[in-house]
Ligand binder design. Structure first.
Ligand SMILES: C[S@@+](CC[C@H](N)C(=O)[O-])C[C@H]1O[C@@H](n2cnc3c(N)ncnc32)[C@H](O)[C@@H]1O
Length: 259
């Protein structure tokens, strides 16, 4: 498994200098990297402990901090984290950016009111059951896991006409991407010879992992996003493009143990 992580760290480090994310000015003028559905799902985060996984350049972590949350944000790529730290400093926001594999988090990272992952984060999880069980143990009683992600159907279809199947909905592991439009946007301008190793988790696999981790499913929403299926015209709005899951750790659940 270390080789998957090591390869993906190299891949993201090659891309990271070319991915600045939102500008400091964007945040100064009141911008947020969280969409309305995400804001509704996370609720009021003021004074709450938030852990963001695969935080990249920290735009969502900074958005949580702007809302008054106490944020720890982890990512594999040190250059992404350096970009996030520079923005936090310029904005006078305190975010604890840490270089961590989200499958091997520091033992002291526990007691979170919210654990959040979004948009191209869960595809780097090699074992969704182990991942969900570990996160459940890191939530405070009453805490919430929010997964806001690319839909696996979008992941396995080409996004340009003619429609083709370019992945297997039922077999998670993949090397690189058959559809270049699924790779990070920057790879279209800046080509890296390093291949990523990612995973497509079906909705059933994610929900089952969350339930087996002992969490209670709060909601499961699926959304269209026609712009994510270039060239498909109006029918693009008939396909799911993203999903959002909330899952809760019940208040009266006995203390779960980190494995
Ligand atoms: C598409 S970006 C994340 C998206 C983020 N929500 C955003 O919109 O910027 C994917 C990130 O996952 C990180 N990553 C990949 N594997 C990881 C792992 N095992 N642990 C932590 N971060 C990881 C990469 O370094 C990269 O920054």
């Amino acid at each position: 498994m270390e080789s998957v992580v090591a390869q993906n760290r190299q891949y993201w480090e090659a891309l990271a200098p070319h991915r600045p994310g939102e500008s400091v000015e964007f945040f100064r003028s009141g911008g947020t990297a969280l969409n309305e559905d995400e804001l509704a799902a996370v609720g009021d985060v003021r004074g709450r402990r938030v852990l963001q996984l695969a935080c990249s350049v920290g735009d969502e972590a900074l958005s949580f901090a702007r809302l008054g949350a106490d944020v720890v944000a982890v990512d594999l790529a040190p250059t992404h984290l350096a970009t996030g730290r520079a923005k936090a400093e310029a904005l006078g926001l305190a975010v604890d950016f840490r270089e961590q594999d989200m499958m091997a988090l520091d033992p002291e990272l526990t007691g979170f009111d919210l654990i959040f992952i979004s948009w191209g984060g869960i595809c780097w999880v090699p074992d969704v059951n182990r991942w969900a069980a570990d996160l459940a143990a890191r939530l405070a009683a009453g805490g919430k896991l929010v997964i806001s992600e690319h839909h696996p159907i979008w992941e396995v279809l080409t996004v340009t006409a003619p429609m083709r199947v370019n992945g297997d909905y039922f077999t998670p592991a993949r090397v690189g991407t058959a559809d270049p439009l699924k790779a990070p946007q920057i790879t279209r301008e800046f080509k890296t010879p390093i291949t990523s190793r990612s995973f497509v988790w079906s909705i059933g696999a994610v929900v089952t992992a969350v339930l087996e981790a002992g969490l209670t499913l709060g909601s499961l929403q699926e959304f269209p996003a026609p712009e994510m299926y270039a060239d498909l015209g109006e029918e693009a709005g008939h396909l799911p493009a993203t999903y959002l899951i909330t899952a809760l750790r019940s208040v009266d659940r006995p203390e779960a143990r980190l494995t």
